[in-house]
Design a protein around this ligand. Sequence first.
Ligand code: ATP
Ligand code: MG
Ligand code: MG
Ligand code: MG
Length: 562
Amino acid sequence: MAPVQRMSTTMLKTLRDDPADAETASHKLLVRAGYVRRTSAGVWTWLPMGKKVLENVSRVVREEMDAIGGQEVLLPALLPKEPYETSGRWEEYGDLLFRLKDRKGAEYLLGPTHEEIFTLTVKDQCTSYKDLPVMLYQIQTKYRDEARPRSGVLRGREFQMKDSYSFDTTDEGLAESYRLHREAYTRIFERLGLDYRVVSAVSGAMGGSASEEFLAPAAAGEDTFVDCPACDYAANTEAVTVVVAPADPTGHGPVEELDTPDTPTIESLAELLGVPASATLKNLLVKIDGEITAVGVPGDREVDLGKLGEHLAPAVVELVTAEDFAGRPDLVRGYVGPQGLKLRYLADPRVAPGTSWVTGANKPDTHARNVVCGRDFEVDQYLDVVVVEQGDPCPRCGAGLEIGRAIEIGHIFQLGRKYADAFGLDVLGPQGKPVRVTMGSYGIGVSRAVAALAEQTHDASGLCWPREVAPADVHIVAAGKAVQIELALEIAEKLGAAGVRVLVDDRAGVSPGVKFTDAELIGVPTILVVGRGAADGVVELKDRRTGEREELAVTEAVERLT
Ligand code: ATP
Ligand code: MG
Ligand code: MG
Ligand code: MG
């Protein structure tokens, strides 16, 4: 038994025009079809139809999490500052955190992810090795003050995430919890009808499979991944743009410090670097009139030699030398040679292991993002930075790699003992001695998955939902005459009684053309038209995806759909 949803009483306003600021298909269509409504930048309201789709995604996630033994909980989104100070993330997260104070001045944050609080919860609830393993999950609202909230619900500042955490006493236990999650995720994304790839999210140089991402290929995605057509190698370029190359496989030769001319000018500098005087260089350290003004510290600052030449014509531009680094631990040192940029990281207290970094790359106009200290380089180490391109050899089998854009829909991670160490999470072991717990954390972007589905499945006429997530199974369009509406409601009741989820367009005074257009836009998988044939008990069934139509007697149509 499924309740029949009548459009005449549903709050659902479709729009003919795309929202002005929308660039991606999911953003345009979810707004136009009346699924979501923008409340403020990156903050969205889920309208009745949208909430149904969101709920369907949540249901699938919940069923598969329960199937691997996950226990659902609900932690607060409003979190005290202290645990995040203990883990270091109060600082590390920087501007991404929404921070607030209560009336007494105590500091809080809105949770971007919940490792800290889950660790504390388990520390409180589990005391013996017999209490483990434990797998906890929640489907909850997360907050991240993203620098560029865009693409509608694809990247929100408030969004729905399923996050789960596993707690084990042994490394083997953690590996098993991770494996269970990986399988559950595979089932979830298959059931949702998403096309996806599982890719390595950590540098190949580190080895292991400590972290993998589930990517949904789509042009609107913000992630780039490489995929080997010949073997099963696939990785996020966040993990492979940077290749630590101690043996210098790029053939650039040894790193050399450049000689600084005595009285350098823009021209002499450009000549020295082997680039045109109009070139734009990144991560180049220069002194202008003795001041280090454009430096390759993390960030996106760049030196436009042409502009420098125009605006600072009389200025003396020189390369920074070793002495300039003395007492300046904030500087990251770069060398530009004819073949490209070489980087050297000096001992910098801010470059703590695990810190994510932006560096130059040995290609013009490129930056390598997310190089991680300790993973891709050591402090005070030279490295070659290699940007992977289409056709580059696969590190596993040598075949030409393919590069694609994708949406990160899930991320699984073997955390190990990082948080257990920070919070002293031990349980009493079999020998009566405390054992440090090892953890995994696993996320799915539940609201993002709705947008990813819209991206992958839409067509020129609108949304096109896979049945599992669709807001209804059948969309009945009653052309407009009273008898047609009557028959449509009759069919709707019959289908509803049989458990079929029905949306029926019973609006009076709306033209059939508008109703058909709306049905295509809304994207329910089967459209049943009650039109001219109604008097003879004949209706039309249309498959939203393939466009195939068929005329049937009412009884036959009902039979077919139940
Ligand atoms: P991204 O690289 O897109 O910023 P992330 O790596 O920061 O994502 P995680 O911390 O791994 O995200 O969070 C787990 C999951 O939550 C992601 O795989 C993604 O599906 C989802 N997610 C993350 N940020 C957002 C967001 N701003 N809006 C919607 N979903 C998000
Ligand atoms: Mg992010
Ligand atoms: Mg990511
Ligand atoms: Mg991630």
